[in-house]
Ligand binder design. Structure first.
Ligand code: ZN
Length: 491
């Protein structure tokens, strides 16, 4: 049969066969968005990458508990332990409750994810809802002797951890290199060693997001939430932890240190997976470069760098068109090519329904399913799956135009395989069909209600016929009775 699923493990720097520790259950944790600023393109890549993994693991028969957190507290400016919390800062500037800011961006994020056909995770925990767990984690690390209190804050003792368990295994860095690259930051005086990071921060008086703790009023350090919530929902050691490559250091390195220090050396995660970054016309996305484009701006085309709107499925297809460990460069030419490519595949999928079988197969479609599985099993090689589907779409087109033929059995297999990989696993949707499809269903449902009303009327069941008319009117329909029934339109 197939070569089993192999994934690249950042921890061992090699492709490894994926074997869950408690099959059929699989624990998957992915660092979700930091809810501040606008939902941007950078959010789309980890979401789509791990959505493909989530879909594929489920297809393979695993019961996946997928946890993707929302960082709504503790993420400070400059990703360091100093500076103002980003949510709190925005709340202060715009005179909003911090949770108003969180809710606003979370809703926008969810809407964008839905449009990208990213399945919701099994659990989406918020850092602010897990303060107790983070305090508990901090206590355990203190008790184990890998942290110290200083001026109402608690810091992780990196040197001590390095001596006992080794720090930097995931990122492959050693303490000397890290020290070399550390900037001197304000408030360094509280730390014993520059690489020490905050588990709990004492809240300054102006800090609005703060909670009581054994060390006074404060808030958790950013890295705590993932260790605390991963453990709560997936256990001390779980199967897969994912996120963007930019999180390897320091975030994931710190997550590991916290977990290992608080669970007597037991490992936190068996397989670490990281998606590569997105660039725009060869440049890193940043506010200062003016190429920071939100997902909504892509969907509407309203940005100076964009020549047109790009639909959510074009974005999804474009991201899946590159292997998740390669960089993806967004540019108008590449996106327009992706839009055309996706349309070709969707056209082929639509043609499949109408194809007629005949006595023999003259196209090469055998082995398509196996080759698509091989590609996904080889560290989720989605571009290879797409290449196979392009091959298949050429066959579909030649059968459609009468230049080739296919037997009923091969046609069934072609239909099943094409749909499985294009729709179920790559998660693409024919947006053209969705719009008109839902329109048709909508009209049909209203027509049906009006037919039921006509039946009620002819039975002199005035209560039912009035109720249908009144409730449709309340929903915004204008119902006009005609000689042979009723007409409707939306106000
Ligand atoms: Zn995280």
């Amino acid at each position: 049969m197939n070569h089993p699923l192999h994934i690249y493990n950042t921890l061992t720097r090699s492709k490894e066969q994926f074997v869950p520790s408690q099959a059929p259950h699989v624990g998957l944790y992915v660092c979700g968005p930091t809810v501040y600023g606008d939902g941007h393109l950078g959010h789309a890549r980890p979401a789509i990458t791990f959505d493909l993994l989530f879909r594929y693991l489920q297809h393979l028969g695993y019961k996946v508990r997928y946890v993707r957190n929302i960082t709504d507290v503790g993420h400070l400016e400059h990703d360091a332990d100093e500076g103002e919390d980003k949510i709190a800062k925005k709340a202060r500037l715009e005179q909003l409750e911090p949770m108003e800011v969180v809710q606003y961006y979370m809703t926008r994020y969810h809407k964008a994810m839905e449009r990208l056909n990213v399945l919701p995770p099994s659990i989406e925990p918020m850092a602010s809802g897990h303060i107790i767990e983070q305090i508990e984690l901090t206590k355990q690390i203190l008790e184990a002797g890998f942290a110290y209190e200083s001026a109402g804050s608690v810091y992780f003792d990196v040197r001590k951890f390095d001596e006992v368990y080794g720090y930097g295994k995931l990122s492959g860095r050693n303490i000397e290199d890290m020290l070399h690259n550390t900037r001197e930051l304000d408030g360094q005086g509280e730390k014993r060693f520059p690489l020490d990071f905050a588990l709990w921060k004492n809240a300054q008086p102006e800090h609005i997001m703060r909670w009581p703790s054994p060390w006074g009023m404060g808030f958790p350090g950013w890295h705590c939430e993932c260790t605390a919530m991963g453990r709560k929902y997936l256990g001390e050691t779980f199967d897969i932890h994912g996120g963007g490559m930019d999180l390897v250091f320091p975030h994931h390195e710190c997550e590991i240190a916290q977990a290992v220090a608080s669970q007597q050396g037991q490992a936190m995660v068996r397989y670490w997976m990281h998606n590569n970054m997105i660039t725009i016309e060869g440049k890193k996305m940043s506010k200062s470069a003016g190429n920071f484009i939100t997902l909504d701006e892509f969907f509407t085309g309203e940005h100076q760098h964009l020549q047109q709107a790009y639909s959510p499925m074009t974005i999804r297809f474009f991201i899946l068109g590159a292997h998740y460990r390669s960089t993806v460069d967004f540019g108008n030419d590449a996106l327009q090519a992706a839009e055309k490519g996706l349309a070709r595949l969707l056209d082929a999928a639509a043609l499949l329904d109408g194809l007629k079988a005949s006595g023999q197969t003259t196209v090469s479609v055998s082995g398509l399913r196996e080759r698509c599985y091989e590609a996904l099993n080889d560290d989720l090689n989605s571009p290879m799956v797409i290449a196979e589907l392009f091959e298949a779409s050429r066959a579909i087109n030649s059968i459609h135009s009468g230049l080739a033929s296919i037997t009923a059995e091969d046609l069934e297999e072609l239909r099943a395989t094409f749909r499985l990989f294009l729709f179920d696993l790559l998660g693409l949707v024919d947006e053209r069909q969705t719009d008109s499809g839902s329109q048709t269903a909508f009209s049909g449902a209203v027509d049906l209600l009006l037919q039921l009303r006509a039946t009620a009327k002819s039975n002199k069941d005035w209560a039912t016929s009035d109720r249908i008319r009144d409730e449709l009117t309340a929903l915004g329909f204008v119902i006009k009775d005609t000689k042979d029934g009723a007409e409707w339109q939306l106000k």
